[in-house]
Design a protein around this ligand. Structure first.
Ligand code: ADP
Ligand code: MG
Length: 454
């Protein structure tokens, strides 16, 4: 494996392409293309025959290049290798599979890893496929493909599940590799303890001699200067020897305050991937998987009812299910929709999303820029509209729980990656232009005020 690896972009591009072409074209052409490798600025794909290659180039060359360009932001060439009867890559298979249930679990060796946090138990949907596939790729080639990797996203979206899945998978497949998983809090406490005991060499020995270092919840390191310093040196020691590092954080590292610049730049090196709140389909797939693994039964209308009402994150989804099952167990009753409604009514309050709608945000932002509300919801891309639209998307992501997919739909039926790019663009502009921050803060205040009046 070389340092160029565009497999993740290819997988994502493939997903987008599949949405745009017919099922027949998909089955005929794309199910037989597999990712072979990458070179600088080019991807190598394998196809089963020369005829096949020529047809794909003729029919889909433009589309493939366009998607890769959208996702990577640069021009990526595509080379085809003819390899008769090659299977599709496992990563690609995982993407197309909505759900996998309870495959055999790895032998538990590492007591700090939960053995049920595996890729097999992780339901992949569009809100998490980029992150999940990056993690799968890492666990196949630790230290080689994406190093370091930072997974970020709100509470209950699967960060711990994914980072531990990497640990479990590597322990299973690379027996000689030493994997260490800790939360940033444990890392900090251990560091302080060993300092006190004058045993800091023990600490260094432990963390600088691993093959894979997994640190969960690095937002905990805010304001912990000496731990940050220690982690900085640990990072450098491991990085120089191509040891894999994965971190999780509850927000992008750019938003962590009081993180030293040099540590921030280390986290931002490599790959940063985000987890979004799951869509209805993914929530439903997750819930069904949990129900199956708990060997219980729930009628479809109850599953639908839960998925429609619990929109925040997977942890809340699990909490709703656990509550219902416990109730049914205790009273030895079958769960009906009436019981579900009654039992779950406290869980269903979601003030953040309930308060502010995308419509309201669009109205306030459009007013400020002297545009009509429909301009922001429309398809026009003139500069005068595009920038306010990006701001409105950014604000929506900041103050509501809508997923990028949902936001995209409300802004002229755009794709979730467009929303992601819009937010990134505003974030980078914010760094350069402090006056933009005050405009955005003012808009947010206004949106919230409009809300309380109406
Ligand atoms: P975080 O660390 O981001 O707060 P966790 O990894 O603890 O979130 O996830 C919360 C719960 O939801 C865990 O029990 C986890 O197994 C489950 N979970 C999250 N995402 C998924 C998913 N895509 N498929 C199955 N279970 C999931
Ligand atoms: Mg966690």
């Amino acid at each position: 494996m070389n340092e160029w690896d565009y497999s993740i972009f290819w997988n994502e591009a493939l997903k987008h392409i599949k949405e745009e072409i017919s099922e027949i074209d998909n089955a005929m052409w794309f199910n037989n293309i597999s990712y072979e490798g990458s070179k600088q600025n080019s991807i190598i794909l394998s196809v089963p025959s020369a005829f096949y290659r020529d047809q794909v180039i003729q029919k889909f060359n433009v589309l493939i290049h366009e998607k890769l360009r959208e996702l990577t932001g640069s021009k990526i060439e595509v080379e085809f290798n003819v390899v008769p009867h090659k299977e599709t890559s496992p990563v690609q298979k995982t993407i197309t599979k909505e759900k996998k249930v309870n495959a055999p679990l790895p032998q538990k060796r590492n007591p700090t890893l939960r053995k049920d946090y595996t890729f097999e138990n992780f339901v992949i949907g569009e809100s998490n496929s980029f992150a999940a596939n990056a993690c799968i790729a890492i666990s196949k080639n630790p230290g080689k493909s994406y190093n370091p990797c930072l997974i970020y996203g709100g509470v209950g979206l699967g960060k711990t599940h994914l980072i531990q899945s990497i640990g479990n998978s590597i322990e299973e497949n690379f027996e000689n590799m030493k994997v260490v998983y800790v939360t940033a809090e444990q890392f900090t406490n251990e560091f302080i303890q060993q300092l006190k005991n004058h045993q800091i060499h023990k600490f260094k020995n432990k963390y600088r001699k691993v093959d894979v270092l997994l640190i969960d919840d690095i937002h905990f390191l805010e304001n912990k200067d000496s731990t940050q310093e220690e982690l900085f040196h640990t990072f450098n020691a491991l990085y120089d020897y191509n040891k894999q590092m994965v971190f999780t954080c509850d927000r992008p590292v750019s938003e962590l305050k009081t993180l030293t610049d040099r540590l921030r730049s280390r986290f931002e090196r490599g790959l940063n991937v985000d987890l979004q709140p799951p869509s209805y389909e993914t929530r439903s797939a997750i819930l069904k998987q949990k129900i199956e693994s708990m060997h219980v039964h729930l009628d479809d209308d109850i599953i639908d009812f839960i998925c429609k009402n619990v929109t925040t994150n997977v942890r809340d989804l699990e909490a709703a299910l656990t509550k219902l099952i416990a109730y049914a167990d205790l009273l030895n009753k079958k769960i009906t929709i009436e019981i579900a409604k009654e039992q779950l009514k406290d869980i269903f309050i979601n003030p953040k999303q309930g308060n502010i709608t995308i419509n309201e945000i669009q109205r306030v932002v459009a007013d400020y820029f002297n545009l009509s509300h429909n301009d922001l919801r429309g398809k026009k891309r003139t500069k005068a509209i595009a920038f306010p639209r990006q701001i409105a998307m950014y604000i929506t992501r900041e103050i509501t729980e809508y997923s990028t997919t949902e936001v995209g739909i409300e802004f002229g039926g755009r794709d979730h990656t467009t929303v992601m790019h819009a937010c990134q663009r505003i974030e980078s502009k914010l760094k350069l232009d402090p006056s933009l921050d005050s405009i955005i803060q003012r808009l947010i205040r206004e949106i919230k005020e409009t809300r309380t009046i109406s």
